[in-house]
Design a binder for this molecule. Sequence first.
Ligand SMILES: O[C@H]1[C@H](O)[C@@H](O)[C@H](O)[C@@H](O)[C@H]1O
Ligand SMILES: [Fe+2]
Ligand SMILES: [Fe+2]
Length: 277
Amino acid sequence: MQAFEKPGANAFGHEFREYNKESERSSGVESFYKINHTNQTYDFAMEMRKKHLVLDKAVMGIWECCELLNEYVDESDPDLDEPQIEHLLQTAEAIRKDHPNEDWFHLTGLIHDLGKVLLHPKFGEEPQWAVVGDTFPLGCPFSKSIVHSEFFDRNPDSRDPRFNTGNGVYELGCGLDKIVMSWGHDEYLYQVLKRNDCNLPPQALFIIRYHSFYALHRAGDYKQFMDDFDREMYPWLEEFNKYDLYSKSKVRVDVEAAKPYYLSLIDKYFPNKAIKW
Ligand SMILES: O[C@H]1[C@H](O)[C@@H](O)[C@H](O)[C@@H](O)[C@H]1O
Ligand SMILES: [Fe+2]
Ligand SMILES: [Fe+2]
């Protein structure tokens, strides 16, 4: 297989992640972040943890869950309007080209966005603003590097003295694990994997948990909260982002052709097929 090549432009002929330029998707994406930034508060994220981490919504295998994502297009994404199963396979296949021997990394690509099943009626039918989009820490000041940070004026936490100065409710170097992130598909899937039998290495879980945290892995903000474990894991997050972002394309993956390989990885890393969601 040849190496993965980062395309010169996204599928719409624009730069990737151009949030402030007019395009066919920009107004939808902007409305998405307006409502996301207004409603993602510390208390909201705590409520959602309570609601979803009981894992009483379904018992289902990994591939079944990939197939459920066939129905959904991510409204927060300026670079892709294909069903999410395409994005999962595009990411996994891109990783496979550059890291042929790291099969855990291929599987991480395949599953990283499975938390988006929260959109499905069986999983609570959460609105897009509570499932997709970039994530950011709550309980401390919002960084300017978060996309569409102008909308945080509407978020009550930005006027809450517990949260809006210094390090908020956190200690320096406390570790990202202590940080309450905005609620969405990343934290949900991370917690699902932690609470079920799964043999994926710690770097896979770290990638899944923080892959939408662009203010960290793109802008370098919030690093003051990292601890030694986070620093050890961090290079994998940057490596992963290359494939997650730049594999987005209109070229469809042949799902049926790819399926047997990924089923074999699921078998290897998920000894127990009945996963609680
Ligand atoms: O719009 C996208 C999408 O929702 C991704 O799944 C998420 O990981 C990204 O951070 C976000 O920019
Ligand atoms: Fe994602
Ligand atoms: Fe993704």
